[in-house]
Design a protein around this ligand. Sequence first.
Ligand SMILES: [Zn+2]
Length: 124
Amino acid sequence: MRPDESPSEQKGQPGLVSAALSGLCPRCGAKSLFTAPAALAEQCAQCGLDFRKLERGGRFVGVITMLLALALILAALAVDEWLKPPLWASFLFWGPATVGSVVFGLRFYKTMWVYHQFEESQQP
Ligand SMILES: [Zn+2]
C-alpha cells in the first residue's frame, strides 16, 4: 500500500492533521497560521494571505469546544467508574488531557475551516 493513498490526503495538499499540528498556511505552506497554540495569526507572514478574512463565519468554534469538553467530562466519569483512581491522579491526568485536547481540537477545527474557506475563495 502506498502511503500517499490515505483518505486524509486530497489533491496533493498536506494532510489536515499535519497542517493543524504545524499551522501551515493553505497558500504557501509556511508555518504561519497560528501565533499562539490556538489563536490564528492575522495574516501569513510569508505570503500575506488574510487568515482573519478566511476565518470569518467560523462561529461554531464555541460549540466545538463545548462538545469536546462534554465528551471529556463523560470520558472522565467513565474512567472514574471503571478504574476508581485516587482523586489526585484524576486531576493530574485530566487537567493536562483536557487542556491538550481542547487546544488541539480548536487548532484542528480552525485549520479545517481556514482551508475550506481558502478552497472556496479559489473557485472562480
Ligand atoms: Zn502563506
